[in-house]
Design a protein around this ligand. Structure first.
Ligand SMILES: [Zn+2]
Length: 239
């Protein structure tokens, strides 16, 4: 099985002009970490997670940079029972559907730098009909002020799999024991760690580089066969 990084195209699209401005209702604070000395603000998105029932929900509507590790950990433990089993819940993780405004034309599937992945309802139906596994589309609260507005869902992409230590700087392979952040740049010659890859999914985010979205060869072939447009694929070798 081959694997590919799914990403946006590197040119400005003439055909697809779609843009959106949106945010999620809740988030864990970022963390200024006393151990590694860094500011940790992770790219982790949980659109299906609803924190409205938590007594601390109001507090989690504010974004801030926490310096108290124990306080951060308490908040994290409050959220944990409501999050999926695969969640990392690093500092800066955000929860709830994307809410805001959108305009323009969107391709079948839209991602910007491995950030969120938006997909048109009919495109997700096509992928499901092709038998792609465990693709979960979550409703968004994106409002269009135009005719023929598409229905955009967000893919909730699970976090599994790792970059292989051989492609990472020595000494940076493990996450910080306090904040859980990884501190290495995107490898120039990326390699996936074969033993870490999930067997039950056709799309996932790497746990040690969450804005790298990996799709299987089966998914890539399906995108091409169905004629989806304006995405890029780069093969990621496996060791
Ligand atoms: Zn740290």
């Amino acid at each position: 099985m081959k694997y590919y990084r799914l990403d946006s195209v590197s040119y400005e699209s003439v055909r697809y002009t779609g843009e959106y401005r949106a945010e999620r209702r809740w988030g864990l604070p970022g963390l200024h970490c006393p151990t590694c000395g860094g500011d940790c603000v992770g790219l982790e998105f949980y659109p299906s997670v609803d924190l409205s029932g938590l007594p601390a929900a109001k507090q989690l509507e504010d974004a801030w940079q926490e310096t108290d590790v124990e306080k951060f950990e308490r908040l994290r433990q409050l959220v944990k029972p409501l999050a999926p089993a695969w969640a990392r819940l690093a500092p800066g993780a955000s929860f709830g559907p994307l809410t805001g405004s959108a305009h323009g034309r969107f391709a079948q599937l839209y991602t910007l730098d491995g950030d969120t992945v938006l997909i048109r309802r009919e495109a997700l139906d096509e992928l499901h009909a092709e038998g792609l596994r465990e693709l979960k589309g979550v409703r968004t609260g994106l409002r269009f002020r135009q005719r023929n507005a598409p229905e955009l869902l967000e893919l909730e992409v699970e976090m599994h799999g790792l970059f292989h230590p051989d492609c990472l700087p020595p000494g940076k392979v493990d996450p910080c024991g306090t904040c859980g952040c990884y501190r290495f740049p995107l490898p120039k010659q990326p390699l996936l760690d074969g033993a870490s890859l999930p067997e039950h999914l056709d799309a996932f985010r790497l746990r040690n580089f969450t804005n790298v979205i990996v799709i299987t060869e089966r998914f890539a072939d399906t995108l091409n066969r169905l004629g989806f447009e304006e995405f890029s694929l780069r093969e990621l070798p496996v060791r």
